[in-house]
Design a binder for this molecule. Structure first.
Ligand SMILES: N[C@@H](CCC(=O)N[C@@H](CS)C(=O)NCC(=O)O)C(=O)O
Length: 299
């Protein structure tokens, strides 16, 4: 049974009878990348539900997501992609809801209609936020220079892949447009400043929410908290924490982030793959591998 969901389609819910009959040999495969925020959301959800899964790393720093084999699995060439019992599910927010509905374990979507609406609101808000611009535009120092200088190099690679794979032409053309937008965004300080301002306004609203309760939706830890855990960790990683919740500013957000850092999965799914040491290690490997590729190509 193969159903390919495109973004914004509601995830299918497998019938309980199907789950029971599949449970013994159910294999869950996740295409993901350690530091990718969208992958972190899904890995945290799998961990919260104690789902066993097989890892297929798609190294974004090596542009493995652009390879035709992966583009045939995920036409946008992005991670994550989840494959479960013949279903291929795209888009982190969709995958998170799919996992919650189709696996046993604590429910991460409130049953109460009003609370569920609120949870979806906070899930949508983060989903629509230009997190890529915030991440690439703000990361400072040598790491910032390295990650930003890597984006323009993808243009040539996508053009080569476009010519070599005419059946994927539409997808590679979309990837080219997206990469050009990405380059404009990350290198334009006005755009980055606007994105940061937008985040400040969201954090004001988030602060109001977590001032009155432990988690975003009262005392229930939900998918919205998982998603915001990754966003706040990214803000911290790129060095924006002092601007966003330092010096007595937004104390509720600061306290909420402290609670999130103590929540299960933070260390294993975020800190382990999103730290400066790991990033430098990954980038030096990328540099060596790309250099070798250029030498071989020009030999
Ligand atoms: N809306 C999608 C976005 C997926 C996405 O943009 N993933 C990023 C990593 S967080 C990616 O694969 N970037 C590589 C690229 O855009 O080429 C989701 O939430 O899954």
């Amino acid at each position: 049974m193969t159903i390919h969901l495109r973004e914004h389609c509601p995830p299918p819910s497998i019938e309980r009878a199907d789950i029971d009959s599949l449970s013994l040999d159910r294999s869950v495969v996740l295409y993901h990348f350690g530091p990718s925020i969208c992958s972190q959301k899904v890995r945290l959800t799998l961990a919260a539900k104690a789902v066993k899964w097989e890892s297929r790393e798609v190294n974004l720093f090596l542009d493995e997501n652009l390879e035709p084999e992966y583009m045939r699995i995920n036409h946008r060439g992005v991670v994550p992609t989840l494959i479960d019992a013949g279903y291929t599910v795209f888009d982190s927010a969709t995958i998170m809801q799919y996992i919650d509905r189709n696996f046993a374990g604590p429910s991460l979507i409130p049953e109460d209609e009003e609370k569920s609406r609120l949870m979806h609101h906070w899930l949508d808000v983060q989903d629509q936020f230009p997190i890529r611009g915030m991440s690439y535009g703000n990361v400072k120092g040598l790491l910032g220079k390295l990650v930003r200088s890597d984006t323009p190099k993808r243009v040539g690679k996508i053009q080569r892949l476009l010519h070599a794979n005419p059946d994927l032409a539409a997808d590679y053309k979309a990837k080219l447009r997206d990469t050009e937008q990405w380059i404009d965004e990350q290198s334009n300080p006005t755009v980055v400043a606007e994105i940061n301002k937008e985040m400040e306004s969201l954090l004001d609203q988030l602060g109001q929410q977590v001032k009155i309760s432990q988690w975003i939706v009262g005392d229930e830890f939900t998918l919205a908290d998982i998603a915001w855990m990754t966003i706040l960790a990214r803000i911290d990683f790129v060095g924006l924490a002092p601007v966003m919740w330092g010096g007595g500013k937004r104390p509720e957000v600061k306290e909420y982030y402290k609670r999130l850092k103590n929540a299960p999965g933070f260390d294993t799914e975020i800190t382990r793959s999103q730290n400066h040491f790991d990033m430098f290690k990954r980038f030096s490997k990328v540099f060596a591998s790309k250099l070798l590729g250029i030498i071989k190509r020009d030999a």
